[in-house]
Design a protein around this ligand. Structure first.
Ligand code: PMT
Length: 400
């Protein structure tokens, strides 16, 4: 059974979909998982603790003040759990966990739990689409919480829209996939670069590019979710540090090169998604240049090619480069893969506002030297693309 040896903590909150949590418990138990349930007070208005205790063959906890006085339940209940699933998750509970409020057993457990958390938002579509709920979901997503998006359909309030909790089997399958994927990279060290570099020609002005870091950060998140020990070397980016990742901030190509070279030792894979400036001004004026002559000039010189340097130091790790191209994507990406001694190349089309720099979506192709294959992926969110790229990397590493 795929989930034997796995313990799942299931949090049930007070939405109409709470009745489906019985099926979630059954599905998890059928796959061999041990299931422990905690419920909020409002959840008990929709389904009884007894139902879930019978199905999980375990005591169900409902309050902060129940249980033995000698044990602190809000810590002990979750210890030994491999994953915390909150399904359904109401707007109220999402708001509390996004902001660190802990006024019941479930929200206390959320704060003490160190493992992966999956939430299934389920509510009326106006509530779900409200900017406050969306902002809370974004906070949770950025902290590494896995969100299973609600489905579109008829809602309990009688309207059609987004907000339905997905079918219990789909939730169980997603939990299963997550746990299996999570194990794939445990014990592996992965180095990732992201964002732009800045090459200054005076105290405040520089040559750079519009890279936001979104692609590289999404890859770092995807690798960390699968259990890897991730070092993310990032140029200037406004994005928050991804959960469970060691972030090394750099500014220039020279600094990025140094950070990468000093972290290459014992990596299992290096993935270079940064948009490194190829050239830098030869001289850097120490102050802010004053406006004066009509024309001024400054020579440019090459920056270190970090990917190429990593290719020269390859000692068994998998090296993955990115190739940002406006035309001839496949040929150019292949040429860079061979020239820089990479094992794989992600060809990235950067000729539209929907793909490449800054956008939330991306259109990429993943090229494998060893397998001599090219996988063209359609336009999708950078998060989805990151998952697909990680799948290919895991396959290439022989860990699938
Ligand atoms: O950050 P986002 O806004 O999400 O945008 C994502 C992205 C478009 C920046 C990203 O998906 C991407 O394509 N990154 C590579 C950008 C790039 O610089 O491509 P390139 O074809 O110029 O470089 C090829 C490879 O060599 C890259 O892996 C690059 O990191 C590396 N390189 C380039 C120059 C240099 N001096 N050192 C390098 O290591």
């Amino acid at each position: 059974m795929s989930l034997s040896n796995k313990n799942i903590l299931l949090g049930v909150t007070g939405g109409i979909a709470a009745y489906k949590s019985a099926e979630i418990v059954r599905g998890l138990v059928k796959k061999g998982a041990g299931v422990r349930v905690v419920m909020t007070e409002s959840a008990m208005r929709f389904i009884t603790p007894l139902t879930l205790a019978v199905l999980s063959k375990n005591q169900v906890n409902t309050g902060l003040w129940e249980g033995d006085q000698e044990r602190i339940d809000h810590v002990s209940i979750s210890s030994g759990s491999d994953l915390f699933l909150i399904a359904p998750a109401t707007a109220n509970t999402l708001g509390k966990i996004a902001h660190g409020l802990a006024d019941n057993l479930l929200t206390n457990l959320f704060l003490t739990f160190k493992g992966p958390v999956v939430v299934c938002p389920s509510m009326n579509s106006n509530m779900y689409l409200h900017p406050a709920v969306q902002a809370n979901l974004e906070i949770l997503r950025q902290r590494g919480v896995h969100i299973i998006a609600p489905a579109v359909g008829e809602l309990a309030c009688g309207v059609e829209g987004v907000g339905r909790m997905p079918a219990p089997e789909a939730i169980v399958m997603e939990v299963e996939t997550l746990l299996m994927k999570r194990a794939k990279l445990s014990g592996k060290k992965i180095l990732i670069t992201a964002g732009p570099t800045r090459e200054f020609f005076d105290a405040v002005r520089f040559i750079s590019n519009p890279s936001s870091g979104k692609m590289g950060y999404a890859i770092a998140e995807a690798a960390a979710r699968r259990g890897a020990d991730v070092v993310l070397v990032s140029g200037p980016s406004l994005l928050p540090k991804p959960a469970g990742v060691r972030l090394v901030n750099v500014v220039t190509a020279e600094e990025m090169n140094e950070a990468v070279m000093s972290n290459l030792k014992d990596v299992d894979a290096a993935i270079m998604a940064a948009a490194v400036s190829d050239y830098r001004p030869v001289g850097r004026y120490p102050e802010k240049l004053k406006k004066g002559e009509e024309k001024i000039s400054n020579d440019l010189e090459r920056t270190p090619d970090i990917l190429e340097n990593a290719g020269k130091r390859k000692n068994g790790f998998l090296l993955v480069g990115f190739a940002a191209e406006t035309e001839g994507l496949l040929e150019n990406a292949r040429e860079k893969m061979l020239r820089k001694n990479c094992d794989m190349m992600v060809g990235n089309l950067v000729n539209s506002s929907r793909s490449g720099f800054e956008s939330d979506e991306n259109e990429v192709m993943v090229i494998s030297k060893k397998k001599d294959t090219v996988d063209k992926l359609p336009l999708m969110s950078k998060r989805q693309a990151a998952e697909r790229i990680m799948d290919k990397i895991i396959e290439e590493m022989g860990l699938d």
